[in-house]
Design a binder for this molecule. Structure first.
Ligand code: NI
Length: 180
């Protein structure tokens, strides 16, 4: 099949779930992110609990210049040592590669950080649509009591750098009871 013959898929606009061909899935548990939490021991005890799942529609391979990928994330509600459930977060390796996200359901925060580690948030609620400039690290946090579901579109060649987030984190953490 050539690149001009990509069959459409279905995006369920109520649930955010994708159905069709070329859809990759992944899951992360609380324990998978053990080094990212403020309380690693609590994360070890949380171990196998589902933290988030993703589906990614890959009309092109990862890394193809000019291609766009589309996917969902379902970030579960909960906390680890009082810290709200969150995604790992990343920088794009190519800092001019931007991303766009729209919230399907739930409530939470899109956390953004610049290269000087200034960190701020955008509120996520159904329909909120977010533009992530390529030079900002980004992570999502579920501050609600139901799954936070959102869709994103991003350039296939943006690259993902998780290492510096693991090492340094973001400039701010988000705990139950805090005001955002
Ligand atoms: Ni990204």
């Amino acid at each position: 099949m050539s690149a001009s013959q990509i069959p459409p898929i279905l995006t369920n606009l109520t649930t955010g779930m994708l159905v069709g061909e070329r859809i990759a899935e992944s899951r992360r548990t609380v324990g998978d992110l053990v080094g990212y939490w403020s309380d690693p021991e609590a994360a070890r005890q949380g171990g196998d609990a589902l933290l988030y799942g993703t589906q990614t529609w890959m009309p092109a391979e990862d890394g193809v210049e000019g291609a766009i990928l589309w996917g969902n994330t379902v970030l579960m509600p909960g906390s680890v040592g009082g810290e709200f459930f969150m995604t790992r977060g990343h920088w794009h390796e190519k800092l001019d590669r931007c991303e766009m996200c729209v919230t399907v359901s739930g409530s939470g925060l899109l956390v953004l950080m610049d290269e000087s580690r200034n960190t701020w948030v955008e509120q996520m609620s159904p329909g909120s649509t977010h533009y992530v400039p390529g030079n900002l690290a980004h992570r999502t946090v579920n501050t609600g009591d139901e799954p936070l579901v959102f869709m994103c579109a991003w350039p296939a060649d943006c690259g993902h750098n998780y290492g510096s987030i693991l090492e340094l984190g973001f400039g701010r953490r988000f705990f139950v009871g805090d005001q955002f």
